[in-house]
Design a binder for this molecule. Sequence first.
Ligand code: BTN
Length: 333
Amino acid sequence: MPAPIDSNLIILRTLLAAGDEFVSGNDLADALGMSRVSVWGRMEKMREYGFEFEAVTRKGYRLSKKPDSLNEWMTQAYIDPGLDLPSLVFLNSIDSTNSHATRLLANDFDAPFILLANEQTAGRGRLGRKWFSPPGANLYLSFAARPNVPPNRMQLFTLWMGVFIANELREWLDLPISIKWPNDLYFENKKLGGMLTEARIDADAIRELIFGMGLNINLSSNQLPDELKETATSLSALAGRPLDVNKTAAKLVQAISTAYTQFLQGGVRKQFENLWPNFDVLKGRTITAMVKNKQVEGIASGLDDMGSLILKTKTGKILTLNSGEVHIARPTQ
Ligand code: BTN
């Protein structure tokens, strides 16, 4: 049996579809199968969550204000209802969406699912770092699944997810968002978002997979802690206007779900190889990296079949890095 659709969601979908036009109280009542008074009552309740509705006699209603931060109904209203998506779980505040997804998977929660949070109190980055996760301005989400495929099937997983998502954001916002190998969303020389993939592997299969993403959306530079001021940015800073957090959440949910489905079906390698050069922030740049506790410098020269970074050193040596962190030493040669 399909899940019952929330009346608030029907109100929002109906009003969004009408755009600037008013929708009559009768039409809304018909769409919801309830009285006009009950519809009005629902809207009154929704005001508590940051919605405002303009009501004009003999015309009806239209949506005049949407919530600024993550809102379950608003995000769902932006999602194409025809898509078959993982279930969505919305959280106001959580330690870390990746940690919470791990707990839910361990407790046999039905997967796949996507957790979305307004705030993280212990957001985690790669290499044991913290992920700055204040409420209101950004998105923190984790996709969780039980893929049951051999670990070697996952080689390009994070990079594929990153490129697919960056490509969707490019098409939507017309901004040249790129990827800094291995897990950052970048714009020019600043970090916009990060990805953290975690897995539980046993008996040669990936039993549990969690793909986490943090994306700075409306964060202004004065909200950033000092240590991030020079290196971090947000989508709104690049677009030059505030962005709708819930529309962005809807875009991400759809992109993540499509990217994962395509990845599991197989055959994305060609598509990845075609896309990657257009998203590779490091290509042709002189970078530094730690290799066996020694700092090496070289020119980033694309990826090998496994998604490892190819580095050409000054002495002509070719090194491949399969994880870790690289720094851009000098701009394009
Ligand atoms: C990085 O760049 O180091 C990776 C950052 C990943 C952050 C996201 S936010 C949602 C998910 N939950 C976490 O605790 N971390 C990831």
